[in-house]
Design a protein around this ligand. Structure first.
Ligand code: MV4
Length: 635
């Protein structure tokens, strides 16, 4: 076994690999870019080496820097993780040339899977089922079209060098064929500098079911069952699970054996994933093979009880596989949800910024969080904005799904927008609960997942009001217990608990006002998490982001020519962001407060100016206290 390895990656996967290496007594070397100087992976490793500027193509993608770092530190092997150089044949060769073990497959296996056409030819010869189609060398457009006509429409054109849906075009009739082929070829040439095309029968709403395989250098091969990754958005996986819903023992065995055939056909070694499309009739077809450890490997670990990184290290160092096929069994059900800094309400644009609050749910036998960041870290523009992978396990799918929704509702992230509410809405949607998933799932259930309709706001408003009252009660209790200490600075009057006839709440993008002396619903089946800009409400009907707006100012925007702005809760004034008497615009941040470790901003309710600040930075203020006097400008 190796005594020292270098991890040529960052973030959660680098941390994941370090964890297993540590447990096996193997020393670890991390590499880090400028931005990652104090990143978690750099801190967790025994040693670390700086590899240059933040952009990946000047650091994590520069083969020579990584090889040099390994040679300088005396590492015997390099684990590439996923992404970056993990499927780069040149890097794999360079490792060998420098007497470093590449913890991954032989270079020939990477090359064999690099072209979809070549891969299909190999798989056909090995007897692995393929989607009917044409993947020949003759690229004469008439030949490709004839193949399409023969199998019948719709067909799917794919770039041989493609991936992630690029250079892919569906064609529904012969009349559209020539134009579609031209467009797909141009896109492929632009993206991959290669316009070799193949054509396949277009399967409607197939499922994406992939098999985890493992091979050693002694000719042994096993499959560690399947993962269902059908729930995707623009070819990005969103929630993965194992085993696949509805999978039978027979089909599992057939797919597992086909995957092993695929791996043996290319003399595979190490961890690999064979992706299949599974149609509604239970027929499956080879799609591609990924020659790396995948992002979603934890769901396989949870149901098999095996540590796949440990398997990789053993196999790469020449040991046989730790288990035979007969020794491997499935125990329970697991889900993985990918938590991203992105904005589902703005086309999932990546979001950058500081993670001012980062409190994952407590880890247990049921909940695992794989992450590479801690509270206070920055999600930068340079890398994938994934914050964490939330992995849950239980004895069956229903229970595991319950664990998932519970854990999502406990996850607290402040400082930037995340997809947690979206994941929650997805996880509670009826068809997902039923295990009725396919690759069209998110598009098909968009209305249910992006619930922002009036009906939902009407449902959420009384719950949000009840949540605000509950939060106030909790705050009052905290204040009361602090007041018990003599000379406590918290020993002040406060306005919590005073009857308030009306609450004004912004829910998602709607503003509503609620009379609170009516009976409000109970919150037993809902969860609340406080964020910087209000609170997140997780209900059995969906996720809602809520903010209490001041009844003085919130809805009645005409009433902005005078008055004051109040502290949303008991806390400390952090900073004053504008000068008294200086004109500001509506929405400008005037003051920042901190309460219960969370920052709250007080924004200008209209164009105008602050005429007086009543507090200075560092001052403690009561909830409801007037913070400043504001004068709106004349219209
Ligand atoms: C297909 C298909 C239907 N029929 N091939 C998408 C990316 C690329 N890796 C292959 N993909 C597909 N190939 C045939 N013959 C549907 C898809 C597809 C898809 C596959 C897996 C997961 C999500 C997907 C989303 C849209 C389309």
């Amino acid at each position: 076994m190796f005594t020292k390895i270098l991890i040529a990656n960052r973030g959660e996967i680098a941390c994941r690999i370090i964890k297993t290496a540590k447990a096996m007594g193997i020393a670890t070397v991390a590499v880090y870019s400028e931005t990652d100087r104090n990143a978690l992976h750099e801190q967790l490793a025994d040693e670390s080496v700086a590899i240059g500027p933040s952009p990946s193509n000047e650091s994590y993608l520069v083969s020579n820097k990584l090889i040099q770092a390994a040679l300088d530190t005396g590492a015997q092997a390099i684990h590439p993780g996923y992404g970056f150089l993990s499927e780069n044949a040149e890097f794999c060769r360079l490792c060998a040339a420098n007497n470093l073990v590449f913890i991954g497959p032989p270079v020939e296996a990477i090359l064999a899977m690099g072209s979809k056409s070549a891969a299909k030819t190999i798989m056909a010869d090995a007897g692995v089922p393929l989607v009917p189609g044409y993947h020949g060398d003759d690229q004469n457009p008439e030949i490709i079209k004839q193949a399409a006509n023969n199998m019948g429409y719709p067909v799917l054109l794919k770039a041989a060098a493609g991936g992630g849906g690029k250079g892919m075009r569906a064609v529904y009739a012969e009349g559209e064929f020539d134009e579609a082929l031209g467009a797909a070829k141009r896109e492929a040439l632009n993206s991959f500098n290669d316009d070799i095309m193949l054509v396949e029968k277009y399967l409607l709403k197939p499922r994406h079911v992939e098999i985890q395989v493992f091979c050693d250098s002694h000719g042994n091969a096993v499959y560690l069952f399947e993962r269902d990754c059908s729930v995707q958005r623009r070819h990005q996986k969103v929630i993965e699970e194992a085993p696949a819903p509805g999978m039978t023992d027979t089909l599992r065995q057939q797919m597992g054996e086909a995957a092993i055939k695929a791996a043996l056909a290319i003399n595979y070694e190490g961890a690999g994933t064979v992706e299949f499309l599974l149609d509604a009739q239970g027929e499956f077809f080879f799609m591609e093979m990924n020659t790396r450890l995948q992002v979603e490997h934890p769901v396989t670990e949870m149901i098999s009880g095996q540590d796949l990184v440990e398997w990789q290290l053993r196999v790469a160092s020449g040991e046989p596989l730790p288990c035979s096929q007969e020794q491997l069994t499935i125990n329970g059900h697991a889900f993985e949800a990918r938590i991203y800094a992105e904005d589902p309400d703005h086309d999932f644009l990546p979001v950058t910024g500081r993670l001012t609050v980062l409190q994952p749910p407590r880890e247990s036998a049921h909940v695992r969080v794989d992450t590479g960041v801690v509270e206070g870290d920055e999600v930068s523009i340079y890398y994938d904005p994934m914050i964490a992978k939330l992995i849950v396990w239980d004895t069956d799918r229903d229970r595991a799904l319950q664990r998932l929704t519970q854990a999502l509702s406990e996850y607290r992230i402040g400082g930037l927008t995340t997809n947690i509410g979206f994941l929650y809405n997805l996880a509670i949607s009826q068809a997902f609960q039923n295990g009725d998933v396919d690759t069209g799932y998110i598009e098909e259930h968009e209305a249910e997942i992006f619930r922002q309709r009036d009906r939902d706001i009407d449902y959420a408003a009384p719950l949000a009001a009840a949540a605000i009252l509950k939060l106030r009660e909790e705050q009052a209790a905290i204040n009361a217990s602090r007041s018990a200490e003599p000379n406590s600075p918290w020993h002040m009057n406060n306005s919590w608990g005073l009857p308030q006839p009306k609450l004004c709440i912004q829910i998602q993008r709607a503003e509503v006002s609620i009379v609170t002396n009516t009976t409000l619903p109970d919150l037993t089946n809902s969860n609340i998490s406080i964020t910087e800009s209000g609170f997140d409400l997780f209900t059995p009907e969906g996720f809602f982001h809520c903010t209490e707006v001041s009844p003085d100012l919130g809805l009645d925007t005409d009433n902005t020519d005078g008055g004051s702005l109040r502290a949303p809760m008991h806390g400390t004034v952090v900073s004053l962001l504008v000068e008294m008497g200086t004109p500001v615009s509506k929405g400008d941040t005037l003051l920042v407060m901190e309460a219960m470790k969370m920052e709250h901003t007080i924004d200008a309710p209209a164009d105008g100016m602050v005429t007086e600040f009543y507090f200075q930075p560092g001052d403690l203020v009561d909830g409801g206290a007037d913070l400043l006097a504001f004068a709106g400008s004349e219209k």
